[in-house]
Design a protein around this ligand. Structure first.
Ligand code: ZN
Length: 196
């Protein structure tokens, strides 16, 4: 049976976007991000991270450095009881200095190649899935498939004219998406009925 998933952007969605971040010691989670991820997980969604990492193509950090930060984040989240099913990243950019990254790929968002790959490799039912990001390019998949989305509020996106009914705008990050989905009430009432 196919699984449902929530596709998470990384910078600006899970952690504060410091632009071309690659050092674990500078990685700071956004408020409520971990708690929100946990609620999605408890509600039965696979957590999948999809991230543009053009810093690799631009030569700001290596693929190896990216990988180290990713491994650190996965371990850190595991220690908080949060399991990320997979991370997919695009290292490309059309203006890259290094030839092998200088391609018009199909995986740099807004392209949806990584979503399709994840869906195929992890047997994800897109019709039952969601995407969360702080930029409309994170939500292009919603226009091309049955994925529904949450756009995390930011000033630049506040004027976005092309929002669709299947993309909801929220201010409070991943936590608020969980609240919108009703997970918060659900698990709160579970806790209260528990044997404490
Ligand atoms: Zn790419």
């Amino acid at each position: 049976m196919k699984k449902r998933a929530v596709f998470l952007d990384r910078d600006g969605t899970i952690n504060i976007d410091l632009r071309y971040l690659y050092q674990p010691e500078k990685f700071v989670y956004l408020e409520g991000a971990k708690e929100g991820m946990k609620l999605w997980q408890q509600a039965g969604y696979q957590l999948i991270v999809i991230t543009n990492q053009s810093g690799i193509a631009r030569g700001y950090y290596t693929e190896d450095a990216y990988q180290k930060l990713q491994d650190w984040m996965l371990r850190d989240l595991e220690s908080a009881g949060i399991h990320i099913a997979a991370c997919y990243y695009c290292p490309h950019h059309p203006d890259a200095l290094a030839g092998r990254y200088r391609v018009q790929c199909d995986c740099r968002k807004p392209k949806t190649g990584l979503f399709r790959r994840a869906a195929s490799e992890l047997q994800i039912d897109l019709e039952q899935s969601y995407a969360i990001g702080d930029n409309m390019r994170d939500l292009q998949i919603c226009r091309e498939s049955g994925v529904r989305g949450f756009l995390l509020y930011s000033d630049t996106e506040g004027t976005e004219k092309t929002r669709r009914s299947f993309i909801k705008r929220v201010r409070g990050g991943i936590w608020e998406t969980a609240e919108e989905m009703g997970f918060v009430a659900l698990y709160k009432s579970d806790d209260e009925s528990g044997n404490r």
